[in-house]
Design a protein around this ligand. Structure first.
Ligand code: NAD
Length: 355
């Protein structure tokens, strides 16, 4: 297969971690006979420095004409004082809106080799943590009207049946590919938008009889994620609830550097990025953990390119690397061998093999 990937290295550790993910993609291409063509896109602080704009139109256009986008991270203290509309993160919001990626998919998975890194009790971790949060990304309160009049501020939370249906379907389809358990999270004891959410989800459930749908109030879900995370397979929820719950979920897996994410819209052209930021404190020191980005590349293969086998091969290579006892500084523990960002990428590439 021939695929065109828009590559946003971004700022801070972004270029370092993306380089390692590209090494991995190149090895997969060689092994499976694919061609991955890369186009560099300037976004974030580096684009402000070069073009005076965190995402110039022509850079966005490169992303829109690609088969998918791989992003490192953007931002950093250097751009703290630029005006709000020029902040590096504005480029990211413009990219998400421009691509129409309404479905954010973030796995919360603990690698057995790293179970000590979780802040949860061993007895809870040992039950297994492996679930996905599907978050609606371009609707809800973040995109409603915001206004402040005198001493009163208002933010409007609005969802249409259509918006709920399209993210709901992603939830059901994600569950169909896993353990077939979908938990719909809302606040239907208080909010009208959540009552509509619940109603639409139950109507959709009739179309997916193979998936077991359950409902949970968001406050209870926040407790259950730390009390009994093993109960979850797929969680589907609206924008703000998903924002908060997915940060909580990433924390229980113990390491921000390990977690990938995907954001998808109607076209199949997705945005793939690790969940962490540009880590300016360790930038340029070969200390970053590139695994979140490498696993984001694996998600790209699985979800946008229909290359499940190739994605499995990358995930198995990461697992083998952890089994071999190698660790970057962020997940280092006694008895393990410390490696830098580049060596981590090289060792994972070495582990890439079919079967
Ligand atoms: P951060 O995620 O960059 O860093 C938090 C801590 O985690 C730091 O100590 C950092 O060294 C460590 N860390 C993060 N990723 C790591 C990795 N791969 N390997 C090892 N350690 C890692 O969060 P922050 O410091 O709050 O933000 C820094 C900048 O990143 C800010 O400008 C922020 O706006 C931006 N940001 C960007 C994105 C994005 O591009 N999607 C997301 C979040 C934050």
């Amino acid at each position: 297969m021939n695929k065109h990937i828009a590559v946003i290295r971004g700022d801070g550790i972004g270029p370092e971690i993306v380089n390692e993910a590209l090494k991995v993609l190149d090895k997969v291409a060689e092994l499976f006979g694919h061609t991955f063509r890369y186009t560099d896109v300037d976004m974030g602080g580096c684009a402000i420095d070069k073009w005076g704009d965190p995402l110039p139109e022509r850079e966005l256009a490169k992303c829109l004409s690609s088969d998918s986008v791989l992003l490192g991270a953007v931002g950093g203290t250097k751009w703290n004082d630029v005006p709000g509309h020029l902040r590096p993160e504005k480029g990211l919001l413009r990219l998400r809106a421009g691509m129409g990626v309404y479905s954010n998919n973030r796995p919360a998975k603990i690698w057995p080799q790293l179970s000590d890194a979780s802040p949860l009790k061993k007895s809870i971790v040992d039950q297994g943590i492996d679930f996905i949060i599907v978050r609606e990304l371009i609707g809800g309160i973040y995109f409603g009207t915001h206004k402040t009049e005198g001493d009163t501020a208002t933010d409007v939370l609005q969802y249409s049946k259509k918006e709920i249906e399209r993210i709901g379907r992603i939830g059901f389809e994600t569950a169909q590919k896993r353990q077939k358990k979908l938990c719909s999270v809302e606040k239907s004891n208080v909010l009208d938008s959540s009552r509509l959410w619940k109603k639409v989800m139950h109507r959709l459930a009739e179309e997916y009889p193979d998936v077991a749908l359950s409902d949970m109030l968001v406050d209870n879900c926040a407790m259950q994620i730390v009390k009994n995370p093993a109960q979850f397979d797929v969680i589907v929820t609206e924008n703000m609830f998903g924002d908060i719950l997915s940060d909580e979920a990433s924390m229980i897996t113990g390491s921000i550097g390990m977690i990938p994410s995907s954001s998808l819209g109607v076209t199949g052209c997705g945005l793939y990025e690790p969940i962490h930021g540009s880590a300016p404190d360790i930038a340029g020191q070969d200390k970053a953990n590139p695994i979140g980005t490498i696993l984001s590349a694996a998600m790209m293969l699985r979800f946008s390119f229909d290359m499940a086998l190739e994605a499995d091969v990358i995930e198995n290579a990461v697992s083998a690397y952890l089994d071999q006892g190698f660790r970057t500084a962020d997940i280092m523990s006694e008895g393990m061998t410390m490696v830098g960002c580049r060596q981590c990428g090289d060792l994972i590439v070495k582990n890439i093999r079919k079967g």
